[in-house]
Design a protein around this ligand. Structure first.
Ligand code: SF4
Length: 376
């Protein structure tokens, strides 16, 4: 059976209430092997452990020692060519997260492993300083992060994102941040002066005003009102804020589109964007499993509308359609987004981030600090 199909069969066979118990406080309901594993494993209850309560899953960190920290891309449908990703995996646990399948490359599950086994790169600020100091380096806005959330709960203690921002600020390097966490407000002291120089913009991913939906769909992210507070404080400090209503899931949070944009504009957002739910690889099985468990009444409608925008498939990976689909329902969403943003004055101006202020300070400390991350 192909890997994607394994997930679907797991979904159909699952006992939802049992899965919900095992994954309390997490997004995914299962932890099946990734697509590269030769052997497929899934838990099976043989009846011996009926009296025991399943243990709550704890979050583990795994130290990574990369050689470089800036990742370059050539994708034509995203507006940046470089990213920094100090974390892999994300404790926020959004069920739809498009970074989930990357955990399969590490021999781990895109399900619960993705939310509980987090790779961390504490050497990221030192590596960044070294890369920016190279004579050949040409500045261009960095998307921070392009993969998983930099302000996930671990950041409070590890402060890796903060260290990276300190380096970017020192080099006057432009940066675009995206998060679903109010922890970003901790770094206002760095972000506000950078914004004054035209070096920073922030996108807050804002998916629902419904606390119950948000809690099960993005279990460890900031609650909707906290994200609005973050938008308000950031924009009050002069930082350009974009509200990303992403992903839009048809018949689930998509009916809230206009209310989300209105709330974001009221909180000071200047720009907005949206992306349709994307279900590549293992996410399709994880999402449908979750959908049938939490929203059985509308699971069929959600998937039917989504497939209607992907020519009968759960997902298409072509550049032109992967972000927004096509067909009548996709056009209707696009028109609603366009009309509402126009009415609210969102997206009327685009302030490009400056690259001309970039300067590489002395190269001190670019090599010597690497020893800090050697094994004890
Ligand atoms: S916050 Fe972002 S990176 Fe983290 S799980 Fe959610 S979608 Fe993925």
């Amino acid at each position: 059976m192909p890997p994607q199909e394994r997930w679907k069969s797991r979904s159909l066979a699952a006992d939802w209430s049992e899965l919900r118990d095992q994954a309390r406080g997490r997004g995914a309901l299962s932890n099946a092997s990734g697509r590269f594993e030769r052997q497929y494993a899934e838990p099976f209850d043989d009846g011996w452990l009926q009296e025991e309560k399943p243990a709550t899953l704890k979050t583990e960190t795994i130290l990574e020692k990369p050689r470089t920290i800036i990742t370059y891309n050539t994708s034509p449908d995203i507006g940046f060519d470089r990213t920094i990703n100090p974390y892999k995996g994300c404790e926020h646990g959004c069920i739809y997260c498009f970074a989930r399948p990357n955990h399969a490359y590490r021999g781990l599950s895109p399900g619960l492993d993705f939310e509980t086994k987090i790779f961390v790169k504490p050497s990221a600020p030192v590596l960044l300083r070294r890369e920016l100091s190279k004579k050949t380096y040409k500045p261009s806005p960095i998307q921070f992060a392009g993969d998983t959330d930099i302000y996930q709960p671990l950041e409070k203690e590890l402060r890796i994102a903060r260290g990276i921002l300190e380096v970017l600020s020192e080099f006057n390097h432009p940066v675009m941040l995206i998060t679903k966490s109010a922890l970003i407000l901790r770094d206002l002291d760095l972000l506000a002066p950078m914004a004054e120089k035209g070096l920073v913009s922030v996108a807050i991913s804002f998916t629902s005003l419904d606390h119950q939906l948000s809690r099960v769909m993005e279990p460890r992210c900031a609650a909707p009102h906290r994200r609005l507070d973050a938008m308000r404080e950031l924009s009050g400090a002069g930082i350009p804020v974009t509200a990303m209503t992403a992903p839009l899931i048809p018949a689930l949070n998509e009916p809230e589109l206009e209310q989300l944009l209105e709330a974001a504009a009221d909180a000071g957002a200047r720009r907005a964007g949206y992306v349709l739910l994307r279900l590549p690889l293992e996410i399709a099985g994880l999402f449908t499993e979750w959908l049938e468990a939490h929203y059985p009444d509308r699971a069929r409608r959600v998937m039917s509308l989504l497939r209607g925008m992907h020519n009968g498939h759960d997902y298409r990976s072509e550049w032109a359609v992967r972000q927004r689909g096509d067909g009548p329902y996709a056009q209707l969403i696009a028109a609603r987004f366009r009309n509402t943003t126009r009415r609210l004055g969102l997206n009327s101006a685009r302030a490009a981030l400056r690259t001309d202020l970039f300067c590489a300070p002395s190269q001190k400390d670019t090599g010597s600090q690497m020893g800090l991350f050697d094994d004890p």
